[in-house]
Design a protein around this ligand. Structure first.
Ligand code: ADP
Ligand code: MG
Length: 574
């Protein structure tokens, strides 16, 4: 099947889908949707993560609900709150042009009264998590007695989380006459048992072998310092001249920044993020699909709906906040029988995230070594030389130019000629990697602590817009820095307090965290501006003469920090 249109869904649905970038149904959608549109038989659908199961069950439901009736007609049970919200959001997007269809997420950890109000207002589709749904049923706020469809999404997950009793309780309240759909990535014995107990002679469909994609993906992490991330990314690109990759960033800003840097540095890259217009996105995607673009830097949201089969690498420039997203990201490579690599660039403090992901995906990462400059040059040179050897010479046409060429090169030896040929391609890369550092951080210890012991610690100097006049003193300033939740045991260097402003030095690796956390917070009612400064300005150099209150890092230890007064400064996070 080539397009969604062929499925004969409502025009409003097709419009929403095409805006989401859904063109072609995925295999599971292709099998499940026509079936659910024409048959009332129960269904067990098995397909790996990231294959579009949500649309597979929700589109036929959306197509068939009675828009003018506001009672609950379809109920979707999901194991986690994140997934519940995700499904509800997906359905809301699919029904963007069917305004009368209301989808209500019902999940724990949020105010129940708000959700009760929404349920009372009515809606055709309810997506819920087991605990909260049971609660709502007991409170008689959710009535599933009239539903036509029950979907058990990620049923395997639901069982492994121990929701069997809830599942039993919920399903007891549903009517006999309904269509039950079970979606799962795996088919363990328990799922088969559930299917047997709650479903009537279900049709079973499978798309792809179980976790086929995952099988073809190798997961690699590189441990580096935060400030070396971009360089590490470049090295990965350099060592893989034929890279075809999506680089995932966490924010639009980061996405823009990385893509801009790559473009400036001569890489075939571009950005895809929410600030682009639909037309701009289309252009970028068109280039990427056509492989005119090798590296697409994107946010998770923007990369949704991108369906490209032969990516060589997925690069997690920043790990996602939710582990589930890692699965989606990495599932974009290793498709259609190809091999793929999913790379995570991490700092020491993110090591635990790798462990979490390993547990989730049931696969181990290998630790990669960021190639050293020399290796990169060697590999690139050799692959070029190999390429050179393969070039076919058009003897006939080149013949007439040969005498002139040879005459021109007469003075050069064979070796000179080779050097020059190679340099045409390679001067840039050779120059860039000349004396380049090793970027790897060892697994053994905390790199940042190591540095402090060996005295290799480098500081960044910051300017802050408060000083003595605002009752700032070194203790309070240290308090401010130590209260930033994202950083612990950060090394603080010299502090200089002036009348209306101050300077302080902290471990260079925490530059971004400092700026992010302090800018936008307040001290004594004054909104703070914190900025890294390159050179200490002249007027501040003779701190003492100007009445600067200086402390050197030597004279101060952790005991000082313990003594510091707890400042009450409120954060006004963006
Ligand atoms: P699953 O539930 O199988 O793990 P999802 O339903 O969450 O997968 O879909 C995974 C991703 O693929 C989502 O970002 C979704 O928007 C996208 N997607 C689903 N179907 C299509 C399609 N036909 N074309 C393009 N993208 C799709
Ligand atoms: Mg899913």
């Amino acid at each position: 099947m080539e397009t969604f249109e062929e499925l004969g869904l409502k025009e409003e649905i097709n419009k929403a889908l095409s805006e989401l970038g859904f063109v072609k149904p995925t295999p599971i959608q292709e099998k499940a949707i026509p079936n659910l549109l024409t048959s009332e038989k129960d269904l067990v659908a098995l397909a790996q993560t990231g294959t579009g199961k949500t649309a597979a069950f929700s589109l036929p439901i959306i197509e068939q609900v009675d828009i003018d009736d506001k009672t609950v007609q379809a109920f979707i049970l999901s194991p986690t709150r994140e997934l519940c919200l995700q499904i509800a959001r997906d359905i809301q997007e699919f029904t963007k042009y069917l305004k009368k269809i209301k989808t209500i997420p019902v999940y724990g950890g949020a105010r129940i009264d708000t959700q009760i109000k929404q349920l009372l207002a009515g809606g055709q589709i309810v997506v819920g998590t087991p605990g909260r749904v049971c609660d709502m049923i007991r409170r008689k706020k959710l009535d599933l007695s009239k539903i036509k469809w029950v979907v058990l999404d990620e049923a395997d997950e639901m069982l492994s989380m121990g929701f069997k009793d809830e599942l039993d309780f919920i399903l007891e309240t549903t009517p006999e006459e309904k269509q039950t759909l079970l979606f799962s990535a795996t088919m363990p014995k328990e799922i088969a048992r559930i299917a047997k107990k709650y479903m009537e002679d279900p049709l079973e469909i499978t798309a792809g072998t179980k976790n086929e994609g995952a099988k073809n993906v190798t997961h690699v992490y590189y441990k580096i310092q935060h400030r070396n991330k971009y360089q590490a990314l470049k090295r990965i690109a350099d060592i893989n001249p034929n890279i075809y990759s999506i680089v995932f960033c966490r924010t639009r800003r980061e996405t823009k920044e990385i893509a801009d840097k790559l473009m400036n540095d001569g890489y075939n890259a571009d950005a895809l993020h929410g600030d682009l217009s639909q037309a701009q996105r289309d252009i970028v995607m068109h280039r990427f699909r056509g492989k005119h673009l090798q590296i697409l830097v994107a946010t998770d949201v923007a990369a949704r709906g991108i369906d490209v089969d032969n990516l060589t690498h997925v690069i997690n420039y920043s790990l996602p906040d939710q582990i589930e997203s890692y699965t989606h990201r990495s599932g974009r490579t290793g498709r259609a029988g190809n091999k793929g690599t999913s790379i995570a660039l991490i700092t020491n403090r993110e090591s635990h995230k790798i462990r979490q992901i390993e547990r989730k995906i049931g696969k181990e990462f290998t630790k990669g070594e960021i190639p050293k400059g020399r290796e990169i040059c060697e590999i690139r040179l050799m692959s070029m030389i190999e390429g050179l050897k393969q070039v076919e010479v058009d003897e006939e046409n080149i013949a007439e130019f040969m005498p002139a060429i040879l005459e021109n090169l007469d003075e050069l030896t064979k070796e000179d000629v080779i050097k020059k040929f190679v340099s045409v391609e390679f001067n840039r890369i050779l120059a860039y990697y000349k004396g380049a550092k090793d970027l790897n951080v060892s697994d053994a210890k905390d790199g940042k602590k190591d540095k402090r012991k060996s005295g290799r610690l480098e500081y960044t100097r910051f300017h802050i817009n408060v000083g003595k006049k605002n009752n700032l003193n070194p203790q309070r300033l240290m308090g401010m820095i130590n209260d930033i939740p994202e950083i612990s045991k950060i090394a603080i260097g010299q502090i200089e307090i002036f009348k209306k402003f101050s300077f302080f030095d902290v471990d260079k690796d925490y530059k971004n965290e400092i700026v992010k956390a302090l800018s936008g917070s307040e001290f004594e009612g004054i909104p703070l501006h914190v900025e890294p400064v390159k050179e200490r300005p002249d007027y501040a150099k003779k701190g003492k003469d100007r009445g600067g209150d200086r402390r050197s890092s030597r004279s101060r230890g952790r005991s000082d920090r313990a003594k510091r007064a707890k400042d009450k400064f409120r954060k006004r996070r963006r």
